[in-house]
Design a protein around this ligand. Structure first.
Ligand code: GLV
Ligand code: MN
Ligand code: MN
Length: 414
């Protein structure tokens, strides 16, 4: 039995806290770490040191993911991948993503201290772009690793006009980050729950059963810019007033569903953006999710129909681009059983729950079986600087991960 360091959970939390401020954040007074920004490079440098201290060899792949490798006792056996993401949303929390990476490092460190090798290598992967907070794409880097990314997805440009090709990666070789089929034993991701269920039930951890499907659009509304003082109300084609009606329609349709369906307009931009100019152009994002992809798709159809209807009535132009479409991703039943057993061994009750949030795990499912462990977070708050996780809960999470890894070792004896 591999015992985690008694300070492993608090060290994992402290490292996330360290990465929560400049130079590991691109903003003062909070955390924003975009893919391939200066803060991203600084965080990778710190992570590389922590991975080496834990006994891993470290490399950066063609998609700029940072990967630490702890060799197993059986050369060339498929590796157990443990990962999560290093990027964050704007003004986000410190644990969404990095905690799963730190826990991977702590698990390997515990194996190193106990002088244990598993019959498979363990690779800890810090993915670069899960949130899609810099480029209009999400999970670029895990999709590159899973081999599910097409070259057209690399033609993206950030809000400052910087193309991915000029951001510090070579797009000509980017897709070589893909792992060979058969090289992955399984993918394990620990993550804060980002919801209220575990806290409400007084539980530190839970086994994830699957991840809800996601759909994301970029919508552009074209009206006519004009003078705010002279253009009478009847003559206006105000893109922002039209977009406002569309946003409320999105909310109403999602609410009327009375299911797990959720729809969000999370970013909106009105142009030219002046107090005395009627907005001539508006761009907004639309994110739609449900555990049931057909329910999600039906709702998306109803929402897009309604948006088109509003545009027609108001004589506005409309352009809708689908920028992201991921199916629901079930976790592996056998691995869920192993996770439950590790939770029991850690002295915790078993609780299974579904993830409404997206994770790199849903992409990594293309390479092999996936498992996820949720750790309670305060108030279920996430994508918010108030995000908080208790080190004691993270200690339990670490024990569960080690129990899970040991059970994987017993199943896959070399
Ligand atoms: C990632 O946090 C997502 O669910 O969008
Ligand atoms: Mn997130
Ligand atoms: Mn996350």
């Amino acid at each position: 039995m591999v015992n985690p360091s008694p300070t492993g959970g608090s060290r994992a939390v402290a490292r996330c806290d360290t990465l929560g401020a400049p130079p590991f954040s691109d903003m003062e007074g909070g955390l924003y770490r975009g893919y391939l920004t200066p803060a991203y490079a600084a965080a990778q440098a710190a992570l590389a040191g922590w991975m080496q201290d834990a006994g891993m060899s470290v490399r950066r792949d063609a998609a700029a993911n940072l990967i630490g490798r702890y060799e197993g006792s059986v050369p060339d056996a498929p590796a157990l991948l443990i990962g999560s993401h290093l990027d964050s949303v704007r003004d986000g929390g410190r644990y969404d993503g990095p905690l799963g990476i730190m826990l991977g490092i702590e698990a390997v460190d515990a194996l190193r201290v106990s002088e244990r090798r598993m019959p498979f290598a363990i690779e800890v992967i810090a993915f670069g772009d899960e949130e899609g907070s810099r480029f209009p794409a999400a999970m670029l880097t895990s999709r590159a690793v899973a081999g599910t990314l097409g070259p057209e997805s690399l033609e993206v440009t950030d809000a400052q006009g910087v193309a991915l090709a000029d951001a510090g990666v070579d797009v000509a070789t980017y897709l070589t980050a893909a792992r060979a089929p058969g090289s992955t034993l399984a993918y394990l991701e620990a993550h804060i729950e980002q919801g209220p269920v575990l806290e409400a039930e007084g539980l530190a951890v839970g086994t994830v059963t699957g991840i809800a499907s996601q759909l994301r659009y970029q919508v552009q509304v074209d009206g006519m810019a004009g003078h705010a003082g002279t253009t009478t109300m009847k003559l206006r084609r105000d893109a922002l007033a039209g977009a406002a009606e569309m946003v409320l329609a999105v909310e109403r349709i999602a609410r009327d569903h009375a299911s797990d369906l959720v729809a969000t307009v999370g970013r909106i931009e009105a142009l030219p953006g002046a107090a005395n100019v009627i907005p001539g152009k508006v761009r907004f994002t639309l994110d739609i999710r449900s555990g049931d992809a057909s329910r999600r798709d039906r709702a998306a159809e109803a929402i897009l129909d309604r948006i088109a209807g509003i545009a027609e009535t108001r004589e506005l132009g409309i352009t809708i681009e689908r920028i992201h479409d991921l199916p629901a991703s079930p976790c592996d039943p056998m691995l869920m059983d192993l996770m439950d057993a590790a939770i029991v061994e850690a002295g915790q009750p078993v609780r299974r729950l579904v993830s409404g949030a997206g994770h790199d795990a849903m992409v990594m499912a293309a390479l092999g079986p996936t498992a996820m462990l949720f750790i309670r977070c305060k108030g279920g708050v996430s994508h918010n600087p108030a995000e908080h996780v208790a080190p004691a809960d993270v200690d339990i999470g670490l024990r569960v991960m080690l129990g899970f890894i040991e059970r994987m070792g017993a199943v896959h004896v070399g």
